[in-house]
Ligand binder design. Structure first.
Ligand code: SF4
Length: 333
């Protein structure tokens, strides 16, 4: 990757990140991480451990954020990302991001932030519990993560499109005021099948319903056994409704070839939930085995070095952008 010169990349420059809030799970692997691996093969990719963003909701537990940083990197490598090929860095180690945040906050109308739908939704969902300045400014800090690297491509889900649109508006405002300096990032819409957790809701660390990449096989099997199924299938031979069963949804992910037979056997009552789950546990463990083996093979002491190297590469690019930003603002010659 050519990050030495802050010239427009000949390949797309991709930027994405994750908040270190705990170990990653099957939902991350099937959705985001598999996509990142693909993108890292054809782009100059910057992957951020967004530890400052983690303070938005986790500011009372800084030790937990610190601890989770390492797990995130381990899980990225387990998923097949290569820190030699892509830049892994820590948000808090790139002060240029925070610097750009201060500068852009001067030209960002508060109303633009207040109308980002996720802000309104979260305020309603949390009953106003997160009422900090940082929470309101979250999409602006996200833009700075992207803009400081002049990334032109950002993989996003539909629910995050509004964040990116807001960010593009801020970039346009900056460029109109001070001349073409920042790159307007484009969304790369990336939609994935929702991965259900043990309770049938979307798999999420905060719901306590996740199968983690780092789980061992016995733990995975135990979690698969605890999955809710069709509540009307009480006895083994009762006909089931696979279309409403999260176990069946997971068969699509790790056992696709058997899906038609399982559908039929469940619906006719020939297949019991215990056997169905046993088969799922086996296929899921087989699916996760390569990632788990890669994870187990990583020497944890290497993580600090990986982040140190990535931080240096990232800072070089960020620093060059900030020189241009400051020149545009007449802060430096
Ligand atoms: S047999 Fe399988 S798909 Fe059918 S309800 Fe039971 S666990 Fe779900």
């Amino acid at each position: 990757m050519n990050v030495e010169k802050n010239v427009p990349a000949t390949r797309p420059r991709v930027m994405s990140g994750m908040r270190p809030t705990g170990r990653l799970h099957l939902g991350h692997l099937i959705g985001t991480l598999t996509n990142w691996v693909r993108l890292s093969e054809t782009s100059d990719a910057f992957f951020e451990v967004a530890d400052l963003h983690a303070f938005t909701t986790g500011f009372e537990r800084p030790e937990a954020i610190r601890e989770a940083r390492e797990d995130v990197v381990l899980d990225w490598i387990a998923a097949g990302l290569d820190p030699e090929r892509s830049v892994f860095f820590l948000q808090s180690a790139i002060p240029e991001i925070s610097e750009l945040h201060v500068i852009l906050s001067m030209i960002t109308p508060v109303a633009w932030l207040q109308r980002v739908p996720t802000y309104k939704d979260q305020i309603e969902a949390l009953g106003g519990e997160i009422a900090t300045y940082g929470f309101l400014g979250y999409p602006l800090l996200q833009l700075c993560d992207i803009a400081v690297f002049r990334a032109d491509t950002v993989p996003v889900g539909k629910d995050q499109l509004s964040h990116l649109e807001f960010g593009r508006e801020v970039v346009r405002r900056f460029n109109n005021l001070y001349g073409e300096t920042l790159v307007e990032p484009q969304a790369l819409l990336s939609e994935f099948p929702a991965v259900p957790g043990t309770d049938g809701r979307k798999m999420s660390k905060s719901y306590g319903n996740a199968i983690e990449i780092a789980d061992d096989e016995a733990t995975t099997t135990k979690k698969v056994r605890s999955y809710i199924t069709d509540p009307l299938k009480i006895r083994r031979n009762d006909p089931g409704r696979p279309e409403i069963c999260p176990v069946f949804a997971l068969h699509h992910l790790s056992n696709a070839a058997r899906v038609p037979e399982i559908r039929e056997a469940c619906a006719s009552g020939a297949l019991g939930c215990v056997s169905c789950k046993t088969e799922l546990a086996e296929t899921l463990n087989a699916y996760l085995r390569p990632a788990r083996e890669r994870r187990a093979a990583i020497d944890r002491t290497r993580i600090a070095q990986i982040l140190h190297d990535g931080n240096e590469r990232a800072r070089e690019v960020a620093n060059a952008t900030m020189r241009d930003v400051k020149r545009a603002l007449h802060l430096i010659d």
